[in-house]
Ligand binder design. Sequence first.
Ligand SMILES: C[S@@+](CC[C@H](N)C(=O)[O-])C[C@H]1O[C@@H](n2cnc3c(N)ncnc32)[C@H](O)[C@@H]1O
Length: 244
Amino acid sequence: MSAEEQVEFSQLPPKVAVDRAASVLDYWRARERQHVRDWYAGLRIKKFPEDLRVYEHVLWLSRAQVVVELGTHLGGAALWFRDRLRTQATYGRVPDAVRVISVDLEQDRAADLLAGVDPDFSRDIALIAGDVKDPVVADRVAEHIPAGARCLVVEDTLHQYDTTIAALHNFARFVPDGGFFVVEDGIVDDPHLRPPGMQGGVLPAVADWLTTAEGRAFRTRRDLELYGITNHPHGWLQRAESPD
Ligand SMILES: C[S@@+](CC[C@H](N)C(=O)[O-])C[C@H]1O[C@@H](n2cnc3c(N)ncnc32)[C@H](O)[C@@H]1O
């Protein structure tokens, strides 16, 4: 095997090895361990393939032109979202001016990695360094959204109560009528699935926020947990269509 081929194979996630007699819960836990070691186009991405498929359906059906991602990590998901949006534009589903705006506490590493895959990434991926709890960061995100663009927001930061409720409060305004806000990793509040070291707080934050004046405009779409296992139970939130 050439050195080039070895590099490619080192960018596969570890195989999920479960006994056929194992429970669904055991399988789900094995998938949970695997998903933090997956790749897209040579960059780390932390999502179940099933959840990526749901995003494809939702991006297409909601005609999203912009994704606001909260929690960039190493940039793989930002690139994946950008590439899906580009595909939608290719089919005429959305205007050509697609954009991903991705927020994290610091962005130097993601910027270097993204530039290594696509030297022109900044044409349609904006990396913003800041804390999702800071309302000023949402104002900075707003500056990158083309006028009238339909936007999907993804919260994937610390998966605790305070970051989740702040993200909902600060960023839900970007979701248009009929559009989506996705709160990822609600499994941290499932005692059977909670990864080690996670304290939880995501689902209580979502539940509390949905009772607020801004949250009452949204409803939970559990029917979008299409593939049986997901990292985002209770996480697909849709803003109601306007009556006119
Ligand atoms: C789970 S990773 C994101 C993974 C990425 N979205 C993906 O799917 O590959 C979570 C990221 O959230 C960032 N983060 C944690 N707390 C944050 C906060 N208060 N504001 C902004 N980013 C935060 C962390 O630095 C980390 O890079």
